[in-house]
Design a protein around this ligand. Structure first.
Ligand code: UDP
Ligand code: MG
Length: 318
């Protein structure tokens, strides 16, 4: 292990060449004035401007910078995931590269993790400097996310967040899941999730990388994330359960129609219920099989690393 690092600042960036020098100088200033040993992890998400050469140049003046550059644009979640993997600090902070988040918040966020005992502290841009077309959908998403996850946060998607190191090593941020990291963390067993009102600024350079499609993706991701946290470990409970109910309903209805045919002589095939029941039986079997397949796939991917260990008696001897 290199020297002890107090904070790792993970910065996902995509075409942010103008903002980077200011951002790095600001983080450096804040960290030094609080006596914090830090590293900045720049993850260049396939920028097509000169962002990466700016990062390389900055590295000469600020040796605390580390970084990787993707071959192509994989998305913010992928950038965060790789940044988390590299982070060595006791507390990990994520921050957007566009200067909308303020590095001045870092010391207080760190204090909340270390002293108040939070696993994750999420920023809340209470006064937000974004166009209205972005603020309203965001309110709706936060409301739905609160409802579905039971986590009382106002601003799930805030780029500025602080984590206890263990949290970032335990969660997998894929697809567009960066919006729902608190839900992933809660699902991994980290219950102490806090919130801090943070300052927000207007974008100074460049433009936003997320357009209208964020609403569709955000909505679908919310469904998958809540599905995964409820049934991800045991797909049979949902698919098998639904499948059995559908199969039984279809089966009972068909049996009833057949009995009726013998008793009262009604022909089978001119009753809509007959066809509906057949469909229910077929769908029921398919759902059941999906659950079964899900269980088989799950079983292959589960090993000891799938479970987060909180404490270990062996560690007491060291
Ligand atoms: N970003 C990224 N990959 C992408 C899109 C965005 O790494 O595909 C970065 C971007 O450079 C910025 C952060 O994610 O540092 C947030 O993006 P943006 O400011 O465009 O989002 P907004 O503030 O509009 O929600
Ligand atoms: Mg931004």
């Amino acid at each position: 292990m290199v020297q002890n690092i107090d904070i790792s600042v993970v910065v996902p960036l995509y075409n942010e060449e103008e903002s980077l020098p200011e951002l790095v100088a600001w983080i450096d200033r804040v960290a030094k004035s609080h006596g914090l040993a830090y590293e900045i992890i720049m993850v260049d998400d396939g920028s097509t401007d000169s962002s990466w050469s700016v990062v390389e140049r900055l590295k000469c003046d600020y040796p605390a910078i580390r970084g990787i550059s993707f071959m192509r644009n994989y998305g913010k979640s992928a950038a965060l995931y790789c940044g988390f993997d590299m982070a060595r600090g006791e507390v990990v902070i994520t921050m957007d590269a566009d200067l909308q988040d303020s590095p001045d918040e870092i010391p207080e966020l760190r204090r909340m993790i270390l002293e108040d005992g939070y696993d994750l502290v999420s920023g809340w841009k209470r006064k937000r400097y974004d166009p209205i077309g972005k603020r309203w959908p965001s309110k709706f998403f936060n409301f739905t996310a609160r409802l579905m996850s039971g986590i009382k946060l106002h601003d799930f998607n805030c780029g500025l967040k602080a984590y206890r190191r263990k949290v970032v090593k335990s969660i997998e941020v894929y697809g567009e899941m960066h919006r729902y990291i608190p839900i992933l963390a809660k699902h991994a067993g980290f219950k102490r999730i806090g919130e801090k009102v943070v300052e927000h600024h207007e974008r100074k350079y460049g433009k936003s990388k997320f357009g209208l499609e964020r609403m569709v993706k955000g909505y679908l991701d919310l469904i998958s994330v809540s599905f995964m946290s409820h049934f991800g470990r045991s797909p049979m409970y949902i698919f098998g359960g639904l499948g059995t109910v559908m199969f039984l309903l279809g089966f009972i209805a068909v049996a009833w129609i057949i009995v009726e045919k013998f008793v009262s002589g009604h022909p089978l095939t001119n009753q809509p219920l007959f066809y509906l029941s057949l469909v229910a039986i077929v769908l029921g079997v398919q759902l059941f099989l999906s659950g079964f397949l899900g269980e088989l796939i799950n079983r292959r991917s589960v090993d000891r690393n799938s479970y987060q260990i909180d404490r270990d008696l062996d560690d007491m001897n060291n």
